[in-house]
Design a binder for this molecule. Structure first.
Ligand SMILES: [Ca+2]
Ligand SMILES: [Ca+2]
Ligand SMILES: [Ca+2]
Length: 296
């Protein structure tokens, strides 16, 4: 499976995600309680998944069609081959987020605070397309609607091939569809064609990703974001000072900043920084030295 994007026809149609659309008017309704709105969104999503079937083309573009009375197509809710869900705690509620895994991808996987290079089509549940980017666009997943940060990191990027004519061929990339309750989208805001409290559908392709070093300590956040000893998505805070490692410039609170602890000098005497896997442990210790206050 592959898809060709014309690299030169790079058009950004993504103003919706920047939070300040150029031409669209934003209006905000008085906020509804999340506990009131989620059951409404969930019913709409469940109904959609029960009454529609999906067709997928060779480039992972999707079409959703209402199953006619007597129709024998398989509703999305029964597509156990591609339908997946995760549970996410937010606003004191536990949400079920449904998504379709059309292709997992083969390469690197962003985390929710990384940047992702994504093409997408956003639709309302009545089929209205409110935004589309056929060529991929870079997003920091922290800056866009919360659903993207939950679902996009479930996928991996693919590989790219530069063609002699300047185009780039992408293949084996992650591709999916997310069905988002409004609290994982724009909630009470009405933006362009998106009404307030609208659950949204995004068909997306994860073409590329960049791991970010949020605290500039030369350790990428992908290695210091989650606490590996927990399975609930807790953030890693090695020194327990309330500042998670990905934002803490001195992760073990030993008075020596992490950037100093992960540097070394090569045989030419030039300063280098260890790749994460190669950061040494303290003598006799099991923790990498920037996480172990017993050595610097
Ligand atoms: Ca870092
Ligand atoms: Ca800390
Ligand atoms: Ca330190």
């Amino acid at each position: 499976m592959k898809n060709i994007f014309k690299a030169l026809s790079f058009v950004v149609l993504a103003t919706l995600f920047a939070g300040c659309p150029k031409d669209d008017t934003i209006t905000a309704q008085p906020p509804k309680p999340y506990s009131e709105q989620y059951p409404i969104d969930k019913a709409a999503i469940d109904d959609f998944l029960a009454t529609h079937y999906v067709t997928v083309d060779a480039e992972y573009n999707t079409t959703f069609t209402l199953i006619e009375a007597g129709g024998t197509e398989i509703p999305i809710k029964d597509r156990t081959d591609i339908l997946k869900s995760i549970e996410v705690d937010r606003n004191d509620l536990t949400y079920t987020l449904y998504y379709l895994e059309l292709n997992e991808g083969i390469g690197e996987q962003p985390i929710k605070v990384d940047s992702a290079f994504v093409s997408y089509k956003g639709t309302l549940f009545d089929g209205t397309v409110f935004d589309t980017a056929e060529s991929p666009v870079w997003f920091n997943l922290q800056d866009v609607i919360p659903g993207w940060g939950e679902i996009v990191p479930k996928f991996k990027i693919g590989n790219s091939i530069e063609n002699p004519d300047g185009t780039v061929t992408y293949e084996n990339y992650g591709a999916g569809v997310m069905f988002l309750p409004s609290s994982f989208a724009y909630y009470g805001s009405s933006i362009g064609a998106i009404p307030s409290y609208a659950p949204l559908i995004f068909n997306f392709k994860l073409i590329g990703q960049k791991h970010i070093d949020h605290d500039s300590d030369r350790v990428l956040s992908v290695y210091e974001y989650y606490d590996p000893s927990k399975t609930d998505g807790s953030l890693l805070d090695t020194d327990g000072d309330g500042v998670p490692d990905y934002l803490d410039v001195d992760d073990d609170n030993d008075g020596v900043i992490t950037k100093e602890e992960v540097k070394y000098f090569d045989t030419n005497g030039d300063k280098q920084y260890y790749d994460f896997a190669n950061i040494p442990t303290c003598s006799g210790g099991s923790l990498k030295k920037h996480l172990d206050p017993s050595c610097q």
